[in-house]
Design a protein around this ligand. Structure first.
Ligand SMILES: Nc1nc2c(ncn2[C@@H]2O[C@H](COP(=O)(O)OP(=O)(O)OP(=O)(O)O)[C@@H](O)[C@H]2O)c(=O)[nH]1
Ligand SMILES: [Mg+2]
Length: 467
């Protein structure tokens, strides 16, 4: 796989900065000919030719079209000689004026002069194929770019530094020792006492492997939230204050609030950062039976959202009697992870919270007045509690944030448990080998030590172009 000819032979190029108005834009090249190609289209003021400039130093000049000598833009340019680059190949970066025209024109000229447009993630894919990053590190690159809070960024950076891969390699090292042990013991299996020692030692190692895998798996739920956000749905019947709550958490007037029931008719999604926890918060149409087709679709969507939610904030109006709709909503959230808000508690109450403790036993109930800003801090505190319960220290622990990694760990855990059972039942050593080997391979797919081309394509196609 590493020696794939086409990957190494062509030179790729892409715009590496975001599209839109900006101070500067960057066009990036990677591959054997990138310095040659850039040399053809660049004319410097002090150093005429790019090739004569110093490695890794910015040079001032102009990009021009070699065909008609037309000047495209004034730029700074740098080349970086292999192998000490992001991709381990020759690279060039052209810093031009921001906005869409300049970067596009420069990219066009680069492509006309011998480069090919990079696929999404292809720079990072090359970094992986050339051994600069392992797979988990490559995946951390995209997570860094997409990180929604400081904490998510920190966890991804930790993974980019190779800490997850290092842990995986440690565990694989133990499995390799077990495999060696099994192979050595198979040769001596006539002698019973050697077998006993072999099984004892294997059991000890298998337990260590299982515990380590479990420890990593424990971080995965929180890891997923850090990466994708805590999927939080605000649910309730019309007019109870759902959109007011969204606005209050966002601290801006995002959703329309009126005293007309049925104001929100579609889903509104926003991200918000609560002390480092990324919250994806979704305001929904109030749940009620309605003849309005648009509103009805909104209500159905709201109920769909509940199925996918990590957390539901369910809102009731304490100033009016509960209705049939409220009882329906109580049924919907009964067995879900939900926080109950008894809103409009600034108005005279029609019932007390003990009543709700019976209707929704075990749920956290908070009296709020969103209008007056009362109780929102208690809600935010509760969201933090939910996230931090379980005692994983995301500051220092290795956190599994990626679903693909989690799935591999689940498979590996099953393998080692099967292996452990086999060891305890004294099954023949060569039968054990199968489980241990499978565990070793499944873990290898996390770091990319064993991985198929299909999986690679899938992972890198998820990247943005230019990374
Ligand atoms: N007195 C009082 N009024 C509130 C409170 N929270 C919201 N309201 C009012 O209740 C009305 C409805 O608020 P919304 O936030 O639009 O309610 P909603 O649940 O989004 O309603 P739909 O979108 O129709 O489902 C508005 O007039 C708000 O100002 C509160 O704590 N106390
Ligand atoms: Mg609303």
């Amino acid at each position: 796989m590493k020696g794939m000819v086409y990957i190494m032979s062509d030179t790729i190029a892409a715009i590496s900065t975001a599209v839109g108005e900006a101070g500067i834009g960057i066009v990036r090249l990677s591959g054997k000919d990138s310095i040659e190609i850039a040399n053809k289209i660049f004319k410097g003021s002090k150093v005429e030719e790019l090739k004569k400039a110093e490695n890794r130093k910015l040079t001032y000049g102009h990009i021009f079209d070699p065909e008609n000598k037309e000047i495209i833009d004034e730029v700074l340019i740098a080349y970086m000689k292999e192998p000490y680059t992001y991709t381990r190949e020759n690279m060039v970066e052209i810093y031009c004026h921001g906005g869409i025209i300049s970067v596009r024109k420069i990219l066009e000229i680069v492509l006309e002069n011998g480069a090919r447009l990079a696929e999404p993630g292809e720079f990072t894919k090359r970094a992986f194929l050339n051994g600069r990053l392992d797979l988990a590190q490559s995946e951390a690159v995209i997570d860094l770019i997409r990180a929604k809070t400081d904490k998510s960024f920190q966890v991804s950076l930790n993974q980019l530094e190779g800490n997850l891969s290092k842990k995986i390699r440690e565990i694989r090292g133990i499995l390799l020792e077990m495999l060696a042990h099994i192979n050595a013991s198979i040769d001596f299996s006539e002698e019973d006492d050697i077998d006993d020692i072999a099984y004892g030692q294997l059991e000890e190692k298998a337990r260590i492997v299982r515990d380590e895998i479990e420890r990593l798996l424990k971080t995965a739920d929180r890891g997923k939230i850090l990466r994708d956000g805590l999927n939080t749905v605000i649910l309730g019947k019309p007019n109870v204050g759902k959109s007011s709550l969204l606005n209050s958490i966002l601290r801006e007037n995002r959703a329309i609030v009126t005293d007309i029931p049925g104001t929100t008719r579609d889903i509104i999604e926003e991200y918000v950062n609560i002390d480092g926890i990324p919250l994806k918060i979704i305001d929904t149409a109030g749940i009620r039976t309605t003849d309005d087709i648009v509103e009805k679709i909104g209500v159905d969507r709201a109920i769909d959202m509940v199925e996918k939610a990590d957390l539901i904030i369910v809102v009731f109006d304490i100033s009016s009697e509960l209705t049939e709709e409220d009882f329906e909503i109580i049924e919907i959230v009964k067995n879900k992870n939900a926080i109950v808000l008894l809103n409009k508690s600034d108005l005279p109450r029609k019932y007390e919270r003990d009543y709700f403790e019976q209707l929704l036993p075990g749920k956290k109930i908070i009296n709020t007045s969103i209008l007056k800003g009362i109780g929102i801090d208690v809600l935010e505190e509760e969201i933090k509690n939910i996230f931090y319960s379980g005692g994983v220290n995301i500051e220092s622990d290795i956190v599994v944030t990626n679903m693909r990694h989690k799935n591999q760990l689940v498979k590996a855990k099953k393998n080692i448990e099967d292996g452990l059972e086999g060891i305890q039942a004294y099954v023949p050593l060569d039968c054990l080998e199968v489980d241990i080997k499978a565990c070793w391979e499944n873990l290898g797919e996390i770091s990319g030590d064993t991985v198929s081309e299909d999986i690679l394509d899938k992972i890198f196609s998820d990247f943005c172009i230019g990374k």
